[in-house]
Design a protein around this ligand. Structure first.
Ligand code: CO8
Length: 263
């Protein structure tokens, strides 16, 4: 299903509960122009609200995940225009980060600048052996502007994030794995299938509880411990109003550990 010119929402043929947000602007290595940004936000809204979608893969094809924000489009923008432009991109990426379902980025080829920042909005990153990740903005005389100065240090720690942001260097798959930027490294032609496999396991899980777990972890990382624990407590008790909790606990009592099935 086309969201617009450059983004599609597809269903994985073998896993009907797994949606794929496919970015397809090959002439510019999937660079994020205003249009792509808008379409990503729309795709995130669609998969978020569609109950038949239980997990999501972000994919850009074999050559590039996303090679960054569109430098040619940005180059001549004024300060005032950039304030708007960057807000649109941050909002689109935040919409991806807030998809209330397990999300994996399937990274083959380049994930640079805004592309690396998009990957940071997924819960997991599966990376091809020849992929290159990084935040090269400093080499353009700017800094990451779509969450890279915030989400990257939260994921890999401040010193490693500063190394990547200060140098702008490309990180290979193996190093990405070592520093926690990648969760799995696979052969390039297996990136898509490995990513699907990684999240397909959640398709039969308790969707409401998974969403609560994701929100508690992500919101908790943005706040102090006391507030985080309060978010956890409210999410936890809230689940006692759901079928997930009833089916899960009944399943344990009647059939044993791990035997519950969910709607
Ligand atoms: N923007 C626009 N066009 C791009 C981009 C990009 N980020 N990346 C690649 N392209 C285009 C190339 O210009 C080229 O177009 P054409 O064929 O018309 O000349 C086409 O894609 C193919 O690229 P190359 O010929 O360069 O392919 P190579 O295999 O030789 O090189 C690289 C691939 C290494 C990925 C190289 O293209 C490159 O370095 N790209 C730029 C990477 C980069 O610097 N990314 C960061 C951009 S800045 C950013 O993302 C800021 C995010 C925050 C913004 C917040 C506010 C909006």
């Amino acid at each position: 299903e086309n969201v617009g010119e450059f983004v599609r929402v597809e269903v994985d043929p073998d896993n009907p509960a797994v949606a794929v947000i496919r970015i397809d602007r090959p002439k510019a290595l999937n660079a994020l122009n205003g249009r792509v940004t808008e379409e990503i936000a729309e795709a995130a809204a669609r998969v978020s609200s569609d109950d038949s979608v239980r997990a999501v893969v972000l994919y850009g094809g074999e050559r590039a995940f996303v090679a960054g924000a569109d430098i040619k489009e940005m180059a001549e923008l004024t300060h005032a225009k950039m304030l708007e432009y960057s807000r649109a991109l941050q909002n689109a990426l935040t919409a991806v980060a807030r998809i209330p379902k397990p999300v994996v980025a399937a990274i083959s080829g380049y994930a640079l600048g805004g592309g690396c920042e998009l990957a940071l909005c997924a819960d997991f990153r599966v990376v091809g052996a020849k992929a290159r990740l990084g935040q090269p903005e400093i080499l353009l005389g700017v800094i990451p502007g779509a969450g890279g100065t915030q989400r990257l240090p939260r994921l890999i720690g401040p010193a490693k994030a500063k190394d990547l942001v200060f140098t702008g260097r490309h990180v290979k798959a193996e190093e990405a794995l070592e520093i926690g930027l990648a969760d799995r490294v696979v052969e390039d032609d297996e990136v898509y299938s490995a990513a699907v496999e990684l999240v397909a396991r959640y398709a039969d899980g308790p969707a409401v509880a998974l969403a609560a777990a994701k929100e508690a972890i992500d919101r908790g990382l943005e706040t102090d411990l006391d507030t985080g624990l309060e978010i956890e407590r409210l999410q936890f008790s809230g689940l006692f109003a759901t079928e997930d909790q009833k089916a899960g606990m009944r399943g344990f009592i009647e059939q044993g550990p791990g035997k519950a099935t969910f709607e």
